[in-house]
Design a protein around this ligand. Structure first.
Ligand code: SF4
Length: 328
C-alpha cells in the first residue's frame, strides 16, 4: 500500500478543510476504498476520516427525509420511517452486499463506490481506461456477462454496482454537497456520468466537495414502491438486472410512476422513456411491455450479455405487476 497521511475530521467544515487538496480522499466505512488502496488502484496522499459526521436521519422542511452521508447502510434499511414511506430503498439496501458490509458501509460511500468490473481490479494483467486513461478496455472483447447494455461507450462498458442508488434514482433523491466554495444540491440522476471518452471521471463532484446528505422528497406513492434484484446467487452478488419502481394507480390507470434500473449502465438508470409511456394510461400487460420495449430500444449488448435485454424487460413487467396486484 502506498504511504498516506491520516487525519480525523471533527466537523464537516474541518473535513472540507482537510479534504480540499488534490489527492485527498474521505474515509468512512472503507468497504470499497480500502480494497482499492490494497490493490494500488486508489493511491490517496491523504485520508480524512469522516466517521460519525452527518450521521442522522431527519424530516426535511418539505416533509421528506434528510439522510446524513455517514449513516450506515443498515441503519437506513432498519429505520422505521424509511421502511414505511420508502420501502424500495430499504429493500434495495438489504439486497446489497452482506450484513457485515452493510453495517460498515455508509450512504456517501455507497453512492461513490466504484465499479466491480474485474478488469478494473486486475492491475497487472488487464487494460482498463478507467484505471489508466487511454490504455484500452479488455472487457470489450473479454468476459462481459456482467457489463452494461445501456449508455456505454467504446471506452468503457462497466456498470455501477450500487443497489441503493437505483432506489434513490427512482425516488428523485437530491444529493447535498459542500465544498470550499460553498454548498449545492444535485439530483442523484445527474450526479454520475456515463463513460463517454473519460470513464475515469465518474461524478460531477469537484475534488474539494463532500456529499453531506441525501434528501428524499415527500412522495406519497413511494409507500407503494419496491425493488427487485435478479442475480446469480441469492445473496452477496451484484445485480444482473434490478428494478426499483413506485406507482400511483387509480381507476386502473398509472396516475404517476417512477422506474429505475440497475446492473445495466455506468450509472443508476432512470427509465424516463418507460415512465412517460405509462403515465396517465390504463395499466395493461400490453402497455407495460411496450414501455419496457421502449426503454430498452437503444440497448447495445456485448458478446456475453444480450440476455440482459429481455431480462430487464421481464423484470420491469414483473415489478409493475407486483405493484398493481398489491393495490387490489
Ligand atoms: Fe475498465 Fe470500464 Fe473496460 Fe472495465 S469496462 S476494463 S472498468 S474501461
Amino acid at each position: 500500500m502506498t504511504p498516506f497521511q491520516y487525519s480525523r475530521a471533527i466537523s464537516i467544515d474541518d473535513a472540507i478543510r482537510l479534504h480540499g487538496t488534490v489527492g485527498a480522499k474521505c474515509l468512512a466505512g472503507g468497504t470499497n476504498l480500502v480494497d482499492l488502496m490494497r490493490e494500488a488502484i486508489e493511491r490517496p496522499t491523504s485520508l480524512v476520516d469522516v466517521t460519525g459526521l452527518s450521521a442522522t436521519i431527519q424530516e426535511s422542511a418539505g416533509g421528506g427525509l434528510i439522510i446524513g452521508a455517514a449513516v450506515r447502510n443498515s441503519a437506513v434499511a432498519e429505520d422505521p420511517v424509511v421502511r414505511m414511506r420508502y420501502p424500495a430503498l430499504a429493500r434495495a439496501i438489504l439486497a446489497g452486499a452482506s450484513a457485515q458490509i452493510r453495517n460498515m458501509a455508509t450512504v456517501g460511500g455507497n453512492i461513490l463506490q466504484r465499479t466491480r468490473c474485474m478488469y478494473f481490479y486486475d492491475q497487472d494483467g488487464s487494460r482498463c481506461n478507467k484505471r489508466t486513461p487511454g490504455q484500452g478496455c479488455d472487457a470489450l472483447e473479454g468476459f462481459n456477462r456482467m457489463h452494461a447494455i445501456l449508455g456505454s461507450s467504446p471506452s468503457c462498458v462497466a456498470t455501477h454496482p450500487s443497489d441503493m442508488c437505483v432506489a434513490l434514482a427512482m425516488l428523485d433523491a437530491i444529493v447535498h454537497v459542500k465544498g470550499i466554495r460553498g454548498e449545492r444540491t444535485i439530483p442523484l440522476t445527474e450526479l454520475h456520468f456515463l463513460p463517454g471518452n473519460n470513464p475515469e471521471v465518474e461524478t460531477q463532484l469537484a475534488y474539494d466537495e463532500l456529499i453531506v446528505a441525501i434528501e428524499l422528497p415527500a412522495l406519497s406513492f413511494a409507500q407503494q414502491s419496491t425493488y427487485v434484484k435478479v442475480r446469480d446467487r441469492a445473496s452477496y452478488a451484484f445485480a444482473l438486472v434490478s428494478v426499483a419502481a413506485a406507482a400511483d394507480v387509480q381507476d386502473d390507470k398509472f396516475k404517476d410512476v417512477r422506474l429505475a434500473l440497475g446492473g445495466v449502465a455506468h450509472k443508476p438508470w432512470r427509465a424516463f422513456k418507460a415512465e412517460s409511456l405509462l403515465r396517465g394510461e390504463t395499466a395493461t400487460v400490453e402497455l407495460i411491455r411496450a414501455a419496457a420495449e421502449a426503454e430498452l430500444a437503444d440497448a447495445k449488448p456485448l458478446r456475453d450479455n444480450a440476455f440482459k435485454i429481455e431480462l430487464a424487460k421481464r423484470t420491469i413487467a414483473s415489478v409493475l405487476s407486483q405493484l398493481l396486484n398489491s393495490k387490489q
